[in-house]
Write a protein that binds this ligand. Structure first.
Ligand code: TYM
Length: 332
């Protein structure tokens, strides 16, 4: 039977802690998409070295991330899961796309601006051309949809622009990818500063929930979450802290934010924060239990990423060959 499923591609960086933001904004949706889409997932290790990494830590973080993705429910029988650096076509297509991307376009990327402010002593060329590598990741597989959190939207728009430019310069080569963003967890905010996104690089560990945080830690972090000086739990413009907690609660319980707010009407912030912490801890518990099994079984993880990389490489090679031909390289 012909495969009529749409194809989905996404990736995540092995840069350390995996946060509740990564989970609700991306990973959880990846898991849920596996029956309806042909899914391809990568550990974006090439992207990660745009910020200096300790080599042994990068290896460790990559294995931990793979174990966590399996624990969260990525099923290698249904989806591909591999390391970006194992499929050399990513770097090759990125080079070509660099030649079809303008400096001005890359300069406008907010992530570049943020990261170069944060790592002022290492504003390397890779950090600048990061979005063309991301475009290569997606376009190699002719992905129809890309499930990401809100923060990656600008990069996706650039990927579409690059793809459209290449297609109109030559002929139809790339599929223009659509962002696939599920509203309820699309932008999880810091628990300490609810106007900025929850990020693993937050210096204050109370700002983020790591997927490996134990129940006590999770509850303590939610209890300390910054809210406001009012007393009613309601979803309203300007109530950034409470809105964020309601969004998180809604994402892990499946209730709408309106239902969630109703549940806590008449109750204080203390009760509400405790309930959010408990709901998150309960949601993560089975994942954490499975994680313990996977992380102890490195051979299995290696077998998964090796097999997937072989399959991914064949798909990627077919696209890269077409691209090389179209730009005028002699054929091998
Ligand atoms: P990364 O590793 O920073 O994040 C992985 C995914 O988690 C989402 N995310 C969030 N969602 C909601 N709230 C938050 N606070 C939050 N923090 C992170 C991100 O949107 C992302 O979906 N450049 C990408 C990785 C990448 C990629 C790709 C993604 C490389 N190539 C191709 C899609 C397609 C990144 O750094 O994600």
């Amino acid at each position: 039977m012909e495969n009529t499923k749409k194809r989905s591609f996404s990736a995540i960086q092995p840069s350390g802690t995996i946060t509740l933001g990564n989970y609700l904004g991306a990973i959880r949706n990846w898991v849920n998409m596996q029956d309806d889409f042909e899914c391809i997932f990568a550990i974006a290790d090439l992207h990660t070295i745009t910020v200096r990494q300790e080599p042994s830590a990068l290896r460790k973080h990559s294995i931990e991330l793979l174990a966590m993705l399996l624990a969260a429910g990525i099923d290698p029988e249904k989806s591909l899961l591999f390391c970006q650096s194992h499929v050399h076509q990513h770097a090759e297509l990125a080079w070509v796309l660099n030649c079809y991307t303008q400096m001005g376009e890359l300069s406008r990327m907010t992530q570049f601006k943020d990261k170069s402010a944060k790592h002022a002593n290492n504003i390397n060329a890779g950090l600048f051309t990061y979005p063309t590598l991301m475009a290569a990741d997606i376009l190699l597989y002719k992905a129809d949809v890309v499930p990401v959190g809100e923060d990656q939207k600008q990069h996706l728009e650039l990927s579409r622009d690059i793809a459209g430019r290449f297609n109109s310069t030559y002929s139809d080569t790339f599929v223009l990818p659509e962002p696939y963003i599920i509203k309820s967890g699309a932008r999880v905010m810091s628990l300490q500063n609810p106007t900025s996104k929850m990020s693993k690089s937050d210096e204050n560990v109370n700002g983020f929930i790591a997927l490996t945080d134990d129940e006590d830690t999770i509850i303590r972090k939610f209890k300390r979450a910054v809210t406001d000086s009012e007393t009613t739990v309601e979803y309203r413009e300007g109530k950034y802290g409470i809105n964020n907690l309601l969004n998180i609660y809604s994402a892990v319980t499946g209730k709408t934010v309106i239902e969630a707010a109703k549940e806590f009407s008449g109750k204080g912030y203390g009760d509400f924060k405790l309930a959010v912490g408990e709901a998150v801890a309960a949601h993560l518990k089975p994942i954490q239990e499975r994680y313990k099994d996977y992380i102890g079984n490195k051979d299995y993880i290696v077998s998964v990423y090796t097999k997937s990389a072989g399959i991914a490489s064949k798909i990627a090679e077919s696209t890269l060959r077409k691209v090389y031909k179209k730009v005028g390289f002699l054929q091998k």
